[in-house]
Design a protein around this ligand. Structure first.
Ligand code: UD1
Length: 429
């Protein structure tokens, strides 16, 4: 298994190009199941999760190429993907695939809507909490499907097709909103989705569905009105830039010091992160091309932050912020409200000398004068990048093990940071 070695202490200066958003690319790829025409996606990030989803969709019968080439052994090289689900050959998604990537559970909605049945493994245990799928099931049942759990599989059937209805979610869920939306576009009649998640990646998928012929009103709001269509057709769509990647590099620059231009970052999507960085004393300035981040000499001020659904501070930035606050001049409080148990990075940050105390869903982060390099273990995607951020400021050498977690969601991370002056390298196993 590859590792990443960082020698801390270098400031970051230069430019970093922000890639397409993983959390939009995955559901956009899944949306290809809704039509027998070709869906073309541009700005697809080259990530392990994307490659895995290509294989999963391939098993369902989707024909996929990237820049004209089918998936080989070396992963994808280009960023324009063509997906054609002319014939669905299999409506089952087995445990082996869904357990490796939770988002692959989202194939259930489109398969059910298009084929009238689907059998998808429950995602199973996950490193960042229990993450149930009860609200997904509620959405399918509201649309008239019969849903049963059979030997670890969610089996959903709607032989006469789905019927539009009201779906009112008790809490905000990104996945359940994707599921409801991607089912409702092919249901008969109108569906109203209340308390929908407003994450920009949902709007991106909704806009792509509209290009495919879907009728959706209220995009970007918490109430979506969908008029079902008999069929959808081909479309071309560009994946929006990754706001979590942009926020992560912003935290890295804040940690290491320096001045970096995040090219392609959409400042309108990272408002909550900019707000926190401003409060921490980091300089942020929107530009025509993206977002410029700098910290030169000034110390970091502690902050009080609670994770919330969009437009609040994202849970996917919580670990990175915590890494940053380990070096603040004072005590920060970070409260996690989206996922229980999303604090696995705390014990790894402690190996670098961080002083963090947990109390239920809150962490008190006592800023320390210095971090010292150590061997640390990546436990999940965002936790792993928090260790890289800490390593940038730690004295000496930090080695992050299990970087396959990083590869799931960050495209060429060591190259992007290295080009800005970080002393970072990947060590092959
Ligand atoms: C998505 C993102 C993930 C992000 C998360 C929250 C993708 C691929 N993943 O994950 O990066 O951290 O949103 O912004 O886009 N819940 C239920 N019942 C359900 C579904 C969810 O109780 O049926 C709960 C979850 O346990 C969690 C909360 O709702 O406490 C939010 O989860 P959700 O928004 O669904 O997360 P994901 O879609 O899995």
């Amino acid at each position: 298994m590859d590792r990443i070695r960082i020698r801390g202490g270098n400031r970051l200066n230069g430019e970093i190009q922000i890639s397409g958003a993983k959390n939009a690319a995955l559901p956009l790829m899944i949306a290809s199941l809704l039509t027998d025409d070709t869906l073309t996606l541009r700005n697809v990030p080259r990530l392990a999760d994307v490659t895995l989803l290509m294989r999963i969709l391939g098993n369902h019968g989707v024909d996929i190429s990237v820049d004209g080439k089918r998936l080989g052994t070396s992963g994808i090289q280009g960023d324009t993907m063509h997906l054609t689900a002319r014939t669905i050959v299999d409506t089952t998604a087995p445990y082996e695939t869904v357990s490796r990537m939770r988002a692959s559970f989202w194939v259930l909605g489109p398969l059910l809507a298009r084929c009238g049945e689907a059998r998808v493994s429950l995602p199973g245990g996950c490193a960042i909490g229990t993450r149930p799928v009860d609200m997904h099931i509620q959405a399918f049942e509201n649309l008239g499907a019969n849903v049963e759990i059979d030997q670890g599989y969610v089996v959903a059937k709607a032989p006469k097709g789905l019927r539009g209805n009201k779906i009112s979610f008790s809490k905000v869920s990104v996945g359940a909103t994707h599921a409801a939306l991607m089912s409702a576009v092919l249901a008969r009649g109108e569906t109203v989705i209340e308390n929908a998640a407003r994450e920009p990646e949902i709007s991106d998928v909704a806009e792509c569905l509209v290009k495919m012929g879907a009728h959706i009103e209220g995009i970007g709001s918490s109430t979506l009105h969908v008029q079902g269509r008999e069929r959808l057709h081909s479309a071309t769509h560009e994946v929006l830039p990754d706001r979590i990647e942009a926020g992560t590099y912003a935290m890295a620059v804040a940690m290491a010091g320096g001045d970096v231009h995040l090219l392609g970052a959409r400042t309108d999507l990272v408002g909550s992160v900019i707000d926190v960085l401003d409060r921490a004393g980091v300089s942020t300035s929107p530009t025509n091309q993206g977002l410029r981040i700098s910290r030169n000499g000034a110390g970091l001020k502690p902050v009080e932050v609670t994770t919330e659904p969009y437009p609040g501070f994202p849970t996917d930035m919580q670990a990175q912020l915590m890494a940053l606050m380990t070096r603040a001049e004072g005590t920060s409080t970070i409260t996690e409200t989206i996922f229980e148990n999303r604090f696995m990075h705390v014990q790894e940050l402690a190996r670098l000398g961080a002083d963090i105390r947990l109390n239920g869903d809150s962490a008190a982060v006592y800023g320390v004068k210095r971090l010292r390099g150590a061997e640390v273990m990546a436990t999940d995607l965002r936790a792993s990048v928090s260790l890289v951020i800490a390593g940038l400021a730690a004295e000496g050498e930090t080695t992050v093990h299990r970087v396959y977690h990083l590869d799931r969601g960050f495209e060429r991370l060591e190259k992007k940071l290295g080009a800005c002056g970080a002393d970072i390298e990947r060590l092959a196993s």
